[in-house]
Design a protein around this ligand. Sequence first.
Ligand SMILES: [Zn+2]
Length: 534
Amino acid sequence: MSKEKIFIFDTTLRDGAQTEGVDFSVEDKNKIAKVLSEVGVDYIEGGWPGANPIDTEFFSKPISLGKSIFTAFGMTKKTGRSAENDPSLSPLINASCPAVCVVGKAWDFHVKIALGINNNDNLENIRDTGKHIVKNGKEFLFDAEHFFDGYKSNPNYALDCLKHAFDQGARWIVLCDTNGGTLPHEVGEIVSKVTKVIPGKNLGIHAHNDTENAVANSLTAIQAGVRQVQGTINGLGERCGNANLMSVIPTLALKESFNKQYDLNIKKEKLPTLTECSRLLDEILNRKPNKNLPYVGASAFSHKGGLHVSAVQKNPKTYEHVDPKSIGNHRNIIVSNQAGRSNILSRLEKYGVTIDSKDKNVQKILDKVKEREFSGYSYDGADASFELLANRLLGKVPEYLKVESYNVSVSKSEKILTKANVVFLIDGKKIECTGEGNGPVNALDNAIRSNFKKVEKYYNFFSDLKLLDYKVRILNTGTEATTRVLIESTDKTGVSWFTVGVSPNIIEASFKALIDSLDYKLYKEKAPANLNEE
Ligand SMILES: [Zn+2]
């Protein structure tokens, strides 16, 4: 039996672009469209040509997107003019793309309040716009805005709106839950009724996430008969976002209740590009990736409890609903005070350290991690510090930066002045580094990094080092407040590493994390040891 096809329509560049704080450049749009075409989505909605200069430019020349259909977005014509003479429609007809998706009202309340026209005028606008687009040789998709609310208010009118578009040759009629307030059981009931009027093979769903049901609503709509799903990468979209395609796609592809019945044009071997696609969007938006995203988040396959970890090592199926590799993600074993030996062992294995599980050193590392965690350290997300700690205990890390002393002073006369001084002992020689900054940590960092040249032996290793992020947490463990500092660093390889420092004093905590970062860089590049005489 041949399976029915489900089509994937991405609207990250149109609906997603309407999110607060999101401003895609033409170059950003090109990058995102390219990765979406590599994933193999069926439609890529690029924006609204004519509505703003960026979208107009984006649609001005043809773009090569493999099998994905490049789609422009627009609105039905205005009342009182013909579709031919509506200036907002001509950019859609002239756009370099084969398909046009037009939004129109399907809720009588909106027709009256938002447009201020009568129901028949709205139907005529839908009909004439559809006719005009089809006549000009474009594939026509109709987004029925507020369809579910419209159906609840006036089902006959809402269905009439759909029919007026469908009768003009719309390839797709997309049922939109624009306010995102419809619940899965309602979507199921309403879509089943719609399929009696418009065939399911021509129906799509466009769900918003205002009750956190956008993905559930999309899946329910498919079960009730629709064959196209609209959504965005990571669920990007205004308010609470759109349906998250990074969850919809793997669910359809990997879950038996869907994949035994339906097929996607996205090939199974392309699914591992999803994690990369998700991270690329965050990188473009300069946002920290949400670790907890299903399927593609960094924590989606993280295991922390000791019992979980030992079971996962026997068989990953014990605590994983799908294989992380299938969507390009990976398993992550977190070290914590709940950790047993198995955690430590698999973490060491990750860094290429093979050690017998009965080796005394495993207990030594475990004890040290527990002791440190008791004082406020957390190695969750501080991989580099963990790697250094473990390998130091195994005697695999030579001494690098030996700090003899440091000093930070803050003074204020007209403005605040922060000075720092760090003395290193390298190969028996004292090296003094002095610097200023806008705060104590910045001053220490500047003191060290603007004097790298003086640390001759290690200068070359530090020339491409960059600090990316600095985070401070005040912990109230025990009787006094303790500070935990996490530093993210990178170099020319583009790979980040994370180090942690803890102390009741914020400067000492920062300094420890900073020195760990520098030591880690030296360790990973196998720099020569510091030869101080004892
Ligand atoms: Zn929307």
